[in-house]
Design a protein around this ligand. Structure first.
Ligand SMILES: [Zn+2]
Length: 62
């Protein structure tokens, strides 16, 4: 009477069944797992290098 549990792959939103058929769960595949880790690194890098420029504040100093 086990109802199959389905989850969505965090990378591509594909619905997969939680079980031995998908050893990389919650990812649908090894590739999606790698992509997710890559996004993480990229995101962190872009936040660190984000310039603090706010155009609406330019010219308001006087
Ligand atoms: Zn996927």
């Amino acid at each position: 009477m086990n109802k199959p549990v389905t989850v969505n792959c965090p990378t591509c939103q594909t619905s997969i069944q939680w079980g031995d058929a998908f050893p990389e769960r919650p990812f649908c595949s090894e590739r999606c797992k790698q992509i997710d880790f890559g996004d993480w690194a990229t995101e962190r890098f872009s936040i660190a290098g984000e310039p603090c420029l706010d155009p609406s504040k330019l010219g308001e100093e006087e």
